[in-house]
Design a protein around this ligand. Sequence first.
Ligand SMILES: [Ca+2]
Ligand SMILES: [Ca+2]
Ligand SMILES: [Ca+2]
Ligand SMILES: [Ca+2]
Length: 499
Amino acid sequence: MRQPIRSGILACALCLLAAASTGLAGTFYVSPTGSDLAAGDATHPWLTLQKAANVVTGGDTVNVLPGNYTGFDLARSGKPDRQITFLAQPGVFITANNPSTPDGINLEGASYVTIDGFNASGRGRAGIRSVCNNGVVLRNNTCDSNATWGILTGFSSDLLIENNICSRSGTQHGIYIGNSSDNITLRRNVCWGNYGCGIHMNGDINTTWPGHTIDGLMQNVLVEGNILYGNGSGGGASINGDGVQDSIIRNNLIYNAYNNSGIALYDGDGSAGPKNDLVQNNTVLMASTGGWCLNISSPAGANYAYNNILYNSHSWRGSIEYDRTTGLVSDYNVVMDRFSTDSAGSRIGLGAWRTATGQDAHSIIATPTALFVDPANNDYHLKGGSPAIDVGSTVNGAATDLRGVLRPIKNGTDIGAYEFILAGDANCDGAVRFADYQVLEANFGKAGADWAMGDFNDDRSVTFADYQLLESNFNLSLPEPASLTLLLAGAGMFLRRGQ
Ligand SMILES: [Ca+2]
Ligand SMILES: [Ca+2]
Ligand SMILES: [Ca+2]
Ligand SMILES: [Ca+2]
């Protein structure tokens, strides 16, 4: 009898040891009312972010309570399966540069780190700077009115930058990734009012990092679902790619662009020009002072442009400027009657472009008024009857839209960043049914939501407003009687719960 009891006690002791170890090593807290002499746990938080940065190891999470903080300088790394996470609660502001550089948050040689939820604004150079590392995630941060960049990365591969807002950078760009880095995803960021580019990618063969091979190319970059507006009073492109190859730029919305280009792919500091890049289902609208919508030059191989809306408010510049007549595969775009096949921007019409290049046989000409719900107020969703509906290339089109809506809806893939869909059609089957209501109900109240979860008004959360959109379209369609009964029963529960 004794042996099993001893085993039980031993097992229990091991459990406690494991729990204590997890608690000490795994989860820390920082608060404006804490102390760096404290234990750093939930009831005894640290005072400074730098204290946390000096001690974290792989697998740790640092929870940051609301308040104002001096930034931090992190040189410690997690591991591929043990990310270090700095997780800010809503209301965390970096109001002073970190102790080492003129940036808010600085990661230098710190790999496998996640920075989530910080507001790093008004800093001396970048809101967040991350260099000489791998496996970094920058998510849900706001970087406004920084002197040079919102977010800067360099020599930083296997990188994910998503759901950040990077605005009003003083002398350069919203998001700048560079220095030959590869395997990077930039998605669902909003970059507005930056002096230069919204997103800048620089292969940069000229800057070295001791001990590392610099190939001057950015490869396998996915730039997807970003919204970029009001950028470029100082030039650049809304999406700027120097030495970018084997990459995809899709479902981005660009408007009020003052830049020299909406999307530019070229060879400046890179070791070679664009090759095997796919520009797909973007909506690009240049301001009257801007350059061409899509500008490709010095290609190192074929590049591809499908399903883009390319509209220009400039007096004579237009949709596509390409510095030659071969190597660009382009079709199923909505364009203006304005193209160029030389780097001087000499203008030709769609017919002459087709003759010179053999491209854009299925592309069409249309105006914003015909295409969009309310272009005067920057609503670039397709309106009912839009000429962009169902006429894109499904074979070479994006599989989703900017919101995550599954393409194609109805009879074909649409051109541009938004697929035309009834609000409420969460499962993207072309009809608003009880199944869609069930999706919305299951996700009701959730933040960080997308269309497929029931966020129909693009505010990233599922609320009563989304239900109202679903209901309005449900009543316009005619559900099966049994489904209608279920819907009304469900809606009653829903309404009671909402009160
Ligand atoms: Ca590279
Ligand atoms: Ca469609
Ligand atoms: Ca549906
Ligand atoms: Ca919503």
